[in-house]
Ligand binder design. Structure first.
Ligand code: TYD
Length: 138
């Protein structure tokens, strides 16, 4: 499996446009390459705050700006990419072994994350040097 930054792509989700309001849906395994075992969201993020600052050993995620906007900075140890998310019909797929930071949250923004596994602290690299060390032995 390719765990490089180019494996982290924006996925266009289905959008049913309707004058009564638009509708988007996501089916695990068909619109995204994993089954959804967990959903979490960040909200009430104060101006200037940063989230993330870690990598995952095996977790796959889809990050969506449900409301407002924010940036995701992806880092595979070799290359970095800053992605601006501001549409609830686009999701950023993040493969395992990518260091990520989230910043530039607009006021009232909501960041929803679909995840391939339940929460497991042992799946995290929270120290950047440990992450880089692990990348070199991939
Ligand atoms: P963390 O993953 O570091 O948040 P973020 O990447 O969004 O900045 O998690 C912050 C805290 O919340 C940490 O103590 C672990 C806890 N947590 C859970 O208990 N369950 C979860 O599903 C998540 C994502 C975090």
């Amino acid at each position: 499996m390719n765990f490089n930054i180019d494996a982290c792509q924006m996925i266009s989700l289905p959008k049913i446009a309707d004058p009564r309001g638009n509708l988007t849906f996501i089916e695990g395994g068909s619109h995204i390459p994993f089954d959804i075992l967990r959903v979490y969201y960040l909200y009430d993020v104060p101006g200037g705050a940063e989230r993330g600052g870690h990598a995952h050993k095996g977790l796959q995620q889809l990050i969506i700006a449900m409301s407002g906007s924010f940036d995701v900075v992806l880092d595979d140890g070799r290359e970095k990419k800053r992605v601006h998310l501001n549409r609830s019909y686009n999701g950023l797929y993040v493969c395992p072994m990518i260091w990520r930071e989230l910043d530039n949250f607009s006021s009232g923004s909501v960041c929803m994350v679909l995840a391939s596994s339940k929460y497991d602290e042992d799946d995290y690299y929270r120290n950047y040097a440990d992450f880089i060390q692990a990348r070199t032995s991939l």
